[in-house]
Design a protein around this ligand. Structure first.
Ligand code: GLA
Length: 390
């Protein structure tokens, strides 16, 4: 983790809190995430392979004597005031990630009082690095500590996901919140979203870097299209279920069943489901590659994932496709694909370390020439999950 950045962010958040509330807060850190492979599989009870990264939300919190909730976003320079007695969506969006978590905790029977809260961070927003999940997890973790709620890490992640599903309205899976809470340095998390079992896979090859190219775009249809994909997957399952009642999700389905029961009814839904079932298998094969240190083979699977997301799941966009096409012919790039929900955000690239500068230069120039935009570039370090700073 980049301790200088965390320390300086912590200093700014702390200072703002003291300035606004004249008190010493509890400070919590929660990271963003990458995902190596296994995209749009989490809400299908499949597997994912994320990791927390060295970009964080830093949150300062303290109790109030009443039931008011005073929130301040350092980056937006905005304040929002709410009350525990009537939690409603704001006009601003960022407060909803916090209020949604408070609502979920209250619904689960936890007793809290009002709070003052300030947060800031260095996770770029809209880049698909899960800044919202990090904020939700930081909030849940901080409230747990502040009010001694006795919640374990898994429940923190589930509460944060429920806030996003119920309050914000994005029917996301568990990947982002789980990665933020359970991250470990230099390790990927192989998470089984069917039963939340997980194992850590070391990822510390000094010859490789995880390079993220940020398209700098976020198309407005992203969350509605996301929810639509989820519904299409559920529809596909319902078609199979008529013949195979034991199939509860796409995790339980196979290609043969899709061909027989989904394809004749709806070709688009078939494509969506075909991608998901193939991607779950691809992840499992990819984990076998990693165990054998076969990064070449793993990288090829990343390109295959992109192909599926582009043509079958249809959640890519021109900017993402351009970024992947720009690296396709370089031997130094083992794999590349769009990452996260889609319709903008980042591509994730597995790059041979000595060639990172050259690839960054080539991609930046090529992207500028084709889109008129400079991509942001991040080299991700795999980092520890949510923690108390002080
Ligand atoms: C978003 C969601 C996750 C996951 C990914 C796609 O990041 O929040 O739950 O579904 O998209 O893999």
């Amino acid at each position: 983790m980049d301790t200088t950045t965390v320390a300086s962010l912590q200093g700014s958040v702390n200072e703002k809190y003291q300035h606004l509330f004249n008190d010493t807060p509890l400070l919590v850190r929660s990271p963003g995430r990458v995902n190596l492979i296994g995209e749009h599989t989490d809400y299908n009870n499949g597997l994912v392979l994320p990791a927390a990264i060295d970009k964080n939300i830093i949150l300062a919190i303290g109790k109030r004597g009443d039931r008011a909730i005073h929130l301040h976003s350092l980056d937006q320079e905005q304040t929002h005031i709410a009350t525990l007695d009537s939690l409603e969506r704001s006009q601003l969006l960022w407060p909803d990630y916090i209020l949604g978590v408070i609502q979920q905790l209250a619904q689960r029977g936890h007793t809290m009082q009002g709070v003052n809260l300030v947060f800031g961070g260095d996770i770029p927003q809209g880049a698909g690095l899960s800044s919202s999940a990090a904020l939700e997890c930081a909030t849940a973790f901080a409230l747990n500590e502040l009010f001694g709620l006795g919640i374990q890490r898994l429940e923190i992640a589930l509460t944060a996901q429920a806030a996003e599903n119920e309050f914000v309205g994005v029917k996301c899976g568990l990947m982002d919140q789980f990665a933020s809470v359970f991250g470990q340095e230099q390790r990927l998390i192989k998470l089984d979203c069917r039963d939340f079992s997980h194992e850590y896979i070391p990822f510390n090859n000094p010859d490789l870097r995880i390079v993220l190219f940020d398209t700098q775009v976020k198309h407005s249809l992203a969350s509605s299209a996301y929810n639509e994909r989820r519904e299409q997957c559920e529809y596909g399952v319902s078609l199979i279920q008529k013949h195979h009642p034991d199939v509860k999700s796409l995790r339980d389905a196979n290609i043969e069943q899709l061909k027989r029961h989904v394809k004749p009814v709806d070709e688009v839904v078939y494509n969506r489901c075909f991608y998901v079932v193939s991607e779950i298998k691809r992840l499992q094969d990819g984990c076998d590659d990693l165990k054998k240190d076969d990064f070449e083979s793993f990288g090829k699977r990343m390109f295959e994932t992109h192909h599926g997301l582009q043509h079958l799941y249809e959640v890519s966009c021109d900017e993402l496709d351009i970024l992947v096409d720009l690296v396709r012919d370089y031997d130094a790039v083992l794999g590349a694909r769009m990452m996260g929900g889609g319709f903008g955000g980042c591509t994730i690239n597995l790059v041979k370390a000595p060639h990172v500068d050259e690839i960054v230069k080539t991609v930046s120039e090529g992207y500028l020439a084709k889109t008129g935009k400079n991509p942001q570039v991040y080299i991700a370090q795999l980092s520890a999950g949510t923690s108390i700073i002080r």
